[in-house]
Design a protein around this ligand. Structure first.
Ligand code: PAF
Length: 243
């Protein structure tokens, strides 16, 4: 039978709950999320359960990683179904702070990641993004003080950024990557897939086919640049504007 996780909304309440687990010699895994949970998140929780005896899932749509032109207001929020999914996975604690708990008035400190955060990938198009992610993940780590934290490989640059930050700042958290979970036709599961029109949803599968095709070519000995150029052609021919 599934039981509802304990829901905490303030840092002292979260700390008390985690301390109680620790008193019982538990090891703790944190799965940071922005909610709108899908099977990809469920796979993160399942990996967390294999790596620690207790699991905390944070649900916080983090305003500092959205540019003013992005979808902070529209980002899907599905609280009730999220909690039902976490209960079914027997998650112990949900950390669900409000914006005022995370960024109280007068908040004035930000983490500015370098290294993998400046690789010229997503950072080129979303310059605000990794600073916002590193700041909130740094806070989540110090609020919860988990032994391990699980992040999806889908956001590969993010995974590299938080791994580097945990190491550089001696946060005492082992960051573990988890394989991407895909729809049967290859589209990576993502909370934002709900934005796709039926036509876009159909076209989206080209992305995975192009990646597989490029990987196959590279494995067969083709030069990386040429395999990537072929992949880019496939994606653009399907109607994508390539970043
Ligand atoms: O990947 C996400 O959902 C977010 O970027 C994260 C890691 C929860 C930080 O807000």
């Amino acid at each position: 039978m599934s039981r509802s996780p304990l829901i905490t909304r303030t840092v002292p309440a979260l700390r008390r709950a985690v301390d109680n687990l620790r008193k019982r010699k538990a090891t703790v895994a944190l799965v940071p999320t922005m909610g709108a949970l899908h099977d990809g998140h469920v796979s993160l929780v399942r990996l967390a359960k294999r790596r620690a005896s207790r699991v905390v899932v944070s649900i916080f749509v983090n305003p500092t990683q959205f540019a003013p032109t992005e979808d902070f207001g529209a980002y899907p929020r599905t609280w009730k179904t999220d909690i039902a999914k976490l209960a079914a996975e027997d998650v112990d604690i949900v950390w669900h702070p409000g914006v005022e708990a995370m960024y109280p008035e007068g908040f004035a400190t930000r983490v500015v990641p370098e290294g993998p955060a400046l690789a010229g990938l997503e950072d080129r198009f979303r310059p605000h993004f990794f600073g916002g992610v590193a700041t909130v993940v740094g806070k989540l780590f110090t609020q919860c003080r988990p032994d391990v934290a699980i992040f999806g490989e889908k956001d590969f640059q993010q995974l590299r950024v938080v791994t580097q930050m945990a190491r550089d700042l001696d946060l005492g958290v082992k960051v573990i990557g988890s394989r991407t979970v895909r729809e049967p036709d290859g589209l990576a599961m993502s909370s934002r897939n709900v934005y796709l029109s039926p036509e876009e949803r159909q076209t989206s599968t080209t992305l995975y086919r192009a990646m597989k095709d490029s990987a196959r070519r590279i494995q067969a000995g083709e030069a990386i640049a040429s395999a990537m150029a072929r992949g880019a052609e496939m994606i653009e021919a399907a109607g994508f504007a390539l970043d």
